[in-house]
Design a protein around this ligand. Sequence first.
Ligand code: NA7
Length: 536
Amino acid sequence: MSKVKEVDVLIVGAGFAGLYMLHLLRDKQKLNAVVLEHAGGVGGTWYWNRYPGARCDIASHEYSFSFSDELQQEWSWSEKYAGQAEILRYLEHVAERFNLKPDIEFNTKVQSAVFDEGLKRWSIKTEAGEVYSAQYFIPAVGTLSSANIPFIQGQNDFKGDEYVTSRWPTNGVDFRGKKVGIIGTGATAIQAIPVIAEECEQLFVFQRTANYTSPLCNGPMTEKNEREIKANYQQLRDDEQESFGGMPYKQQRPSALADSPDEREAHYQKRWEAGGFNVWLGSYEDILFNEEANKTVADFLRSKIRERVNDPKLAELLCPEEEQLFGIKRQPCETNYYEAFNRDNVTLVDIKSAPIKEITAEGLNTAEGSYEFDILIYATGFDAFTGSLFKMGITGRNGRTLQEYWADGPRTYLGLSVHGFPNMFTITGPQSPSVLFNMPLAIEMHCDWIADCIKHMNAQNLLEAEVDLPHEDGWIDHTREVADMTLFPKAKSWYMGANIPGKPRVFMVYVAGGPAYKKVITDIADNGYEGFKFTQ
Ligand code: NA7
């Protein structure tokens, strides 16, 4: 058994969150901090999701760290919306620039993290048998990092090559001359399908639920654009911080129902042409609150699909059903998605009306037909929010595991802390704005708060911080009340845990918006970390 390694802080994950957390605690507070990372390099989600077409759908200059003006001034993005490879290069640059790699243990998977009540410290064991003892335990494992590979009859019989989009091989996949089957039509598949279709011989797309989408409208970052952004970066960051989703959309109007049909159509059209999340977060305020308003945007987006798909029957299959509301499950952004279905080598297979029965050695059978292919791709999403946390064997007071404590759904205070799990801080955890806020900024908000809390404790020689039960209960009730004011809980979405069989159906995001959330957590810190019990 190797010697126990004593550290002040143990962070798990070297994505945006782990990198910034390490920088703050090691470089600003001079703490002894280490990051354990399963992958062979930094990047988190951007390390693993290398599938064709992988790209961020928030503008590059917004989806990036704001904590260092030098960093944001020196880095140049080549496109309006950066692709996976460029974001990964950016994160590698960040790791080099702040000399973070010496304190990251790569290829290291956490097997268990157990709170020792006697020592008031976390004991973290890796799969290789190393043991760390840390005062603070910070899982920075991302909300979308545990792949969901659904059980399908006969799955082990397939003789061809199989890939999962979020575990894509680093040296890519050669689709030339190949027949390919892809299961899923979520945000990932919608990016991948047009790119794979261009290369492969034949592509079968197995669709269970059609999605509302918006065009991304990507393009090169011009020198003029870059100059303007860099000259006004502080203002831009302030605008992001003040906007609901961490992306400023200034053309949003109050109500879709207050405008005439012509005005509304013209407004949607302009927002649609602006691309990205402009229709979702920049058109009308009430579309996420009022079903009638929502129907206007849903109709508009269906009409766009019909305009772009040549075969009217195919277009109807690609249109979300009437009762499906818009924007309350993750809205994918697309580039040439619908045009891909006009190609001769792409076949849409409706597995809602005729579900997949089994996977075979040569392909798969649905209730209506057989499909043969050489390559099978699972674009089937993630066990979001809780999946990666549960895989780490986290055990708090009285030997209770996080999985047991969250059996009926996540229980947190502010999405940052959990009763019975002292000195554990989650970054963009459930019941925080997380995936409904510009992620790097949501991460910075949390890391700054956690670093301040740790500083506060160290300044007063406090050894242990734990949220009390009434405050945790209060936060859960509050997040539910806020969610119930919106249409979000009506969706069968991964925000609700609805994509994983047996997972409790609870809405896992705090949906009052980033600015309101920031005020809450700042006030709590200013009030001496109200809700936390500190002990020496
Ligand atoms: P999503 O959005 O969860 O999409 C997963 C897709 O896989 C979706 O179309 C699912 O259909 C489909 N799926 C899942 N399980 C099955 C089974 N058993 N049979 C058939 N089809 C299935 O994940 P993505 O990776 O696309 O996007 C996740 C986020 O990653 C994205 O929002 C970005 O933030 C980055 P369903 O809709 O459940 O009928």
